[in-house]
Ligand binder design. Structure first.
Ligand code: 8YV
Length: 328
């Protein structure tokens, strides 16, 4: 007799091809409405599934894990970041957590460069002006932004995405600086002609552009605190495609509003989808709706990774993308 297919509950709408394949392989329950699951719905789900295929819009904390049934053995997250999941508590309860690293690196790095250029060159302001019918002709001093080439870029977190951003930025003529738990390999450092800063404070005070790429963990919560943000020079801009909680958003908004920094390009927010109202009013804030990995290709590849993680676990092996507490 064929082995029982695991009950997999998928919390959000995934690309069609991914859902079709999941239905073939598992006893899959899909979210037809694509509404983020309520707490009540999540409690019901963890009480009766073997695998929860989650996303960032599910808060999987200790309280929810305490409600999990005996069957729940795997949380296969659709996404690389797992700051919405209490991984140590899940692991202690015998539940494996997996994510989808690697397949969204290039797209997130592309969006980071988009934000950098849009912020420095006032792209959104310019486009809005044209669409509002306010373009009255070229002028020597109209819509002046800042040159990209030659600027100093300080990358916080030199993992996969930080390194992919550095490669692109080097091609744009930016000088690469970074702060990381440890220096990158000599090969990568040479390739990027990158300068390592052990002291984040010292790096912040000397950069033209700061771009955030570290994971969001208790150790990186408000890493860019109000005190640290005040170290930035008035012409500096801050880009964040990682997680909102790494930056003290109210402090950032205040500094931007007062002219203490020149611009921000943000794809993520501290209390997403809520955004600090001050930011919404500032022309030098380029704000996007968390779309770093929003390409058809990335989302299909992320789905493929979720499937591989579930299938490997179902076949009695260790899923390839396990997230372990010591990795956080
Ligand atoms: C994902 C992301 O789309 O993978 C991540 O960590 O931030 C996004 O690009 C999102 O997390 C989906 O759950």
């Amino acid at each position: 007799m064929a082995a029982r297919k695991p009950k997999v509950i998928v919390t959000r709408k995934l690309p069609d091809s991914v859902e079709v394949r999941m239905r073939e392989l598992f006893d899959t329950e899909l979210n037809e409405t694509d509404e983020p699951m309520s707490r009540k719905a999540l409690i019901d789900a963890v009480g009766r599934c073997d695998v929860l295929a989650s996303t960032i819009t599910d808060r999987i904390d200790a309280g929810l894990i305490a409600k999990a049934g005996e069957k729940l053995k795997l949380i296969a997250n659709f996404g690389a970041g797992v700051d919405h999941i209490d991984v140590p508590v899940a692991n202690a309860a015998g539940i494996i957590v997996t994510n989808t690293p690697g397949v969204l690196t290039e797209d997130t790095a592309d969006l980071t460069m988009t934000l950098m250029m849009a912020t420095l060159r006032r792209v959104v302001e310019g486009a809005n002006m044209v669409q509002a019918g306010e373009f009255t002709g070229w002028a020597p001093t109209a819509m002046l932004g800042r040159r990209i080439t030659g600027k100093r870029l300080g990358i916080i977190g030199m993992g996969r995405i930080g390194t992919a951003v550095a490669r692109r930025a080097k091609a744009f003529g930016l000088q690469i600086h970074y702060h990381n738990r440890k220096p990158v390999s000599p090969r990568v450092s040479e390739e990027l002609e990158a300068t390592y800063w052990d002291s984040l404070d010292q790096m912040l005070a000397r950069m033209d552009i700061i771009s955030v790429h570290s994971p969001h963990t208790p150790a990186t919560f408000h890493l860019l605190s109000g005190r640290r943000l005040k170290l930035l020079q008035p012409h500096a801009i801050v880009i964040n495609t990682a997680r909102g909680g790494i930056i003290d958003e109210p402090a950032l908004a205040d500094l931007l509003a007062s002219g203490a920094i020149a611009g921000v390009g943000l794809d993520v927010f501290e209390l997403e989808p809520r955004i600090n109202p001050k930011l919404l009013k500032l022309p030098n804030a380029v704000l996007l709706p968390h779309m770093g990995s929003a390409t058809v290709e990335a989302r299909v590849d992320m789905g493929e990774k979720v499937i591989i993680n579930i299938k490997t676990w179902m076949d009695g092996h260790k899923p390839p993308d396990r997230v372990l507490p010591q990795m956080l």
